[in-house]
Design a protein. Structure first.
Length: 111
């Protein structure tokens, strides 16, 4: 591989990694942790009509409520269904997910 080729490779590689870290991580975590199975891909289509819509709420609120559910402070019968799943998710990961969800509706205005 000559130098130019290598530089181009590094540049593209850098873009891919950077993109993933800056834009992708919240969305990726949201999918990896299976949140979308109950809340919908963009957080706007909950599985049951009386479950909350996540997208468009502030990230502070979303992270706080997810932590309350995880740690048992919000222990409603409905929240019980989500508790086990969220138990493996850290505060930091929840903030990344919440940051994605805050904007998720704007990304996909059309349902
Ligand atoms: C098994 C289904 C299920 C899964 C999986 C699930 N949730 Fe939930 N989630 C719920 C239900 C049901 C509620 C409503 C609980 C209540 O009202 O007390 C809820 C509520 C929430 C709330 C509070 C919303 C509000 O308006 O107050 C947040 C934030 C949230 N979930 C985030 C997540 C995240 C992040 C994940 C993935 C780590 C996740 N959920 C995975 C079912 C689920």
């Amino acid at each position: 591989m000559n130098t130019t080729c290598f530089k181009v490779f590094l540049f593209i590689f850098g873009l891919l990694i950077g993109n993933r870290l800056v834009f992708g991580s919240g969305e990726r975590l949201y999918m990896e942790k299976m949140c979308h199975t109950c809340h919908g891909v963009k957080g706007n289509r909950p599985m049951a009509p009386n479950w909350p819509k996540l997208c468009g709420q502030t990230k502070q609120y979303l992270q706080e409520q997810a932590i309350y559910i995880r740690d048992g402070k919000r222990a409603t019968p409905m929240a019980a269904s989500m508790k086990a799943l969220v138990s493996t998710v850290t505060d930091e990961e929840l903030m990344k997910i919440a940051t994605y969800l805050e904007q998720a509706c704007a990304i996909d205005e059309k349902p």
